[in-house]
Ligand binder design. Sequence first.
Ligand code: FE2
Length: 274
Amino acid sequence: MHTAPFLSPMQLAAYERDGYLIIPNFFSRELADRLRQRAEEICQGERNEAGIFSTTEQLQHTDEWFLESGDKVRLFLEAEAEPGMPRRVNKIGHALHALDEVFAAFSMDHRLAGFAKSLGFELAVVLQSMYIFKPPRVGGEVSPHQDGTFLNTEPLSVTGFWFAVDDATLENGCLWALPGGHHEPLRERFKRNGKGGCEMETLMETPLPEEGYVPLEAKSGTLVILHGQLPHKSYPNRSEQPRNAYTLHVIEGNFNYPKDNWLQRKTPAPVWEF
Ligand code: FE2
């Protein structure tokens, strides 16, 4: 048995208040370099298999490549490219944590299980991983959303674990979040439509607030935990610096996971053992 380091009462209070929690120095520069290098290797190996991912055009680009990626390692391209250049990889998804040994070792860090337990998880199912490149100049924006839109449980439980591989700054498109916005009801649900595609279901007509977001600048090695109802977004990367990040999304395994969620796996997802 190991002793998992739980979140402190002060950290939990901040998470309850803001809907997010920033944990600096969670992992080393060396480990960040290793993740970055491994992500590059994966890109080299799968150069010919690329889909497209742009949240601003989510509905148009939903296709089998995306829908079948829940238990695979697949590349998704930026919508935008520089003149005369091939499109850059936007992200790798969605089962790096289950299938790639470097990312699996990182993702199964026992400290993460301790954090999840502190947040109230009883069965922490690590459902999804993404490695996000946000490359210089063409890294796309991510429009304001709540992660619960994309991974639904009844009741809602999805929680994001966002890891800064590079320093995330105002210039290269850091996260922005709405403090306290996790009390906002879920606005939309992205779900399978039974016809081989997906659709966005409107749950509440009132749009997410447009004002009040704060930048979550983060040094390499930082972990940011994000509540599944917290509105967040990021701006395009117009700088010369990449903004590599890695994310995990965790759900409560004891809750119902509707079959119309876009992400369906043929085998069970990894679990953080407490
Ligand atoms: Fe998100």
